[in-house]
Structures are given as C-alpha cells and as structure tokens.
Design a protein around this ligand. Structure first.
Ligand SMILES: *Cc1c(COP(=O)(O)O)cnc(C)c1O
Length: 365
C-alpha cells in the first residue's frame, strides 16, 4: 500500500506555469514581479497593509524581534507548546525566553501569561504567541493583557495561515505576524516565510535588514548588521499559485478533521484538539490525545502499515537547549506531549486514505 504522509506539499497545477514565466523574464533572482504579487496576495487575503516575503518563518521572527528592538538581556515571553523555529530568534538576539504553558485550548494560557509578566525579573519586551496546529489562540484576552502591560505581540502563525477568529485572520491581531511556507505547512513554496504588519515603518526596516542592510549608495555602504533573508522570485511564483487555492486547502483540511472526528470521536479515550469560541482553525494537522494508550505504540502500529504519524511538539521548556530559561508551567503541554499524536492531514488525502488511518488506529487500540 502507498505511504500516507503527515502533510506533504500539495501543488495546484499552476506553479510550473508561473515558474516558466519567471524563467522567460530571466528574473530568476533575487527579486522580481512574483515577489510583489505574492506579498500582495497575502495582504489581500489577510487584510493587512504590509507584507514582506522571506526565506523562512524563522527569519521573519528574527526580523520581527530586531525591528521591535529586542536585544541582549531583554526578556521575551513565548508559548512553550510550539516548534523550535518559534523561539530560536529569541536566542539569536541573546535575549531571554520566558516560556508560558497552555490551557484547555492547547494554546497559550492567558492566566499563566499574567503570572509570567508578574514574575519576570524585568518587564518583557515582547510575546511570541503560536496558533498551534492551525488553531487560534485566545487573542482577545492575550491582546488585552499585553496592551495593558506595554508588551509587543508577535503572532507565530506559521501553522495557521487561513485560520481566523470572528472573521479576523490569524497573524493580524498583534503588532506583527509570521507565516511559513515550509514543505509540510498548509501551503508550501518548498521553503519560505512572510512577515506582516499594519506598521509600514517596521516592514520597511525589516525589508532593509533582510537584504544585507545596504545603505542607499551604489558603492555598498553598511551601518547596520543585516541578513540575507529575502525570498527568491522562483519560490514566490510557487507562492502565488498556492495562494490561489488557500481557501480550498483550508476547507479540505477541515473536512479531513471532520472525518477523523466522525470515525474516531466515539472512542472513549480519544480527545481531539479543541477550537475556541468564535475561532475557525485551518486544521493544519488533526491532533488528538489518548487517555490510556501510549502514543509511541500507535505511531509504530501506523508505521507498520505505511502511515506516517508523529508525537505532538515537545514543549520548549523540556528541551535540553533551553533548560535554563524561565518557565511558567502547569503540566498541560507536558501531558499533551506524552499522550498525543499528529495524524496524516495533507489536503491531497482522499476519504479512503483517512478511513485507512482510522482503521489502523482502531486496530492498534
Ligand atoms: C514551521 C514552524 C516555524 C518555522 O517555519 P520555517 O518557515 O520553517 O522557518 C515556526 N513556528 C512554528 C510554530 C512552526 O510550525
């Protein structure tokens, strides 16, 4: 039987046509018309005024912290239940992360966020909040807490492009937002990221830093430390084609979730990741926990019938790399990590594939 992958790239068919246009124009690199079009399509879809196409979401988060003035010794709050790309930029900047645990939504707990702000040795400069597995964090409460404390908000929407709450897109609530187009995300350019904000000056500063911080002279003058973080025109062409099918991709991932729910929801020990009131996640990955069964056993059983699945993210406060960081935890993310798995959720899956996964899980239990 063919292998069912967790979340493989799903091309629309238009990508190669747009890449051919890039080759015809010979604007292979560095920039070109498709980079502008990709940025415009993100602005239009998310209703933000400014967007910057970059080599990865990790790069976008790094630029966000640079632009917000986060530097050596500053504290930055962050979701602990996330992927390392979410928090590496804090370390790149020699700043200090303070990890905050999740609540019943699996995303950042507003109550623990408040506690973390009180317990921080210095007022934190910013918060990086992840919309985990494409499901919305409680942005209303989180925004109020951070606004009252004078803390910038950066949304890690790497997994949640197309998710929304009360019609407002993930990534557009805070001061800056970040999307990823890595190989396994809901859309893929093979690799890439996007930084968005309504603050034009911040995006312009990030644009400047992303292209080696070249001062406006012909002779290459440099006063600030920059990076080589811009996206190539070839990859942006893929991105433009992918954006044309974003709504369909979200709809299909939600259908896949609904089928898993229908086929497995009746099993007593299974709990799916919830959706907050008013939230409409993109269901990037369908994720669930088992009350009694060790997830490792299920992952092995699925692999034996050629189905890829994964444990949930190992929380940042449990990572050896970050063990010295402050962490305000309640055990939630650790419990989820120990009990949960991610199921194959690619938008190219057929109903029969989802059914095959469900049968394999039932067999394993
Ligand atoms: C994938 C991911 C990133 C990193 O994205 P890249 O584009 O691969 O750098 C960051 N945060 C989260 C939550 C992610 O899932």
């Amino acid at each position: 039987m063919n292998r069912i992958f967790l979340s493989p790239p799903h091309m629309s068919g238009k990508e190669q046509q747009y890449i051919a246009e890039v080759f015809e124009s010979n604007y292979i690199a560095p920039l070109g018309a498709f980079v502008d079009r990709f940025e415009e399509s993100i602005q239009a879809h998310t209703d933000t005024s400014h967007a910057l196409a970059l080599s990865s979401a990790t790069a976008a988060l790094h630029l966000a912290l640079r632009v917000l003035g986060v530097g050596e010794g500053d504290y930055v709050l962050a979701s602990t239940f996330t992927f390392i790309g979410s928090v590496n930029a804090i370390v790149y900047q020699n700043a200090k992360p303070i990890f905050v645990d999740s609540d019943e939504s699996w995303n950042l707990s507003p109550a623990l966020l408040k506690e973390a702000i009180t317990k921080a040795p210095l007022k934190p400069k910013a918060l990086i909040v992840t919309h985990l597995y494409g499901q919305m964090a409680k942005m209303d409460e989180i925004m109020t807490i951070c606004r009252n404390a004078g803390i910038y908000i950066v949304e890690d929407a790497a997994e949640s492009l197309g998710a929304s709450c009360e019609g407002k897109q993930s990534g557009t609530f805070g001061d800056m937002g970040v999307y990823s187009f890595n190989g396994n995300k809901i859309l893929s350019t093979s690799g890439g990221g996007m930084l968005v904000s309504d603050n034009e000056a911040w995006i312009e500063k990030a644009r400047f830093l992303s292209t080696q911080a070249k001062e406006p002279y012909l002779h290459y003058e440099h006063r600030a430390l920059g990076y080589n973080y811009r996206m190539s025109n070839v990859l942006a062409a893929i991105g433009v084609a992918q954006m044309e099918v974003l709504d369909q991709r979200v709809q299909r991932r939600r259908e896949i979730f609904a089928q898993y729910m229908q086929e497995l929801g009746g099993i007593e020990e299974i709990d799916f990741m919830p959706e907050i009131t008013g939230g409409r996640g993109n269901r990037w990955l369908t994720t669930l926990t088992f009350a009694d069964t060790a997830p490792g056993r299920v992952i092995k059983a699925l692999d034996a019938v050629n189905i890829e699945s994964r444990p949930l993210w190992k929380p940042m406060h449990m990572q050896p790399l970050l063990q010295d960081a402050l962490a305000i935890v309640n055990g939630t993310s650790q419990r989820l990590f120990e009990q949960g798995i991610c199921l194959p959720s690619g938008s190219s899956m057929r109903d029969t594939d989802v059914h095959r996964v469900c049968n394999a899980i039932k067999g394993a239990l």
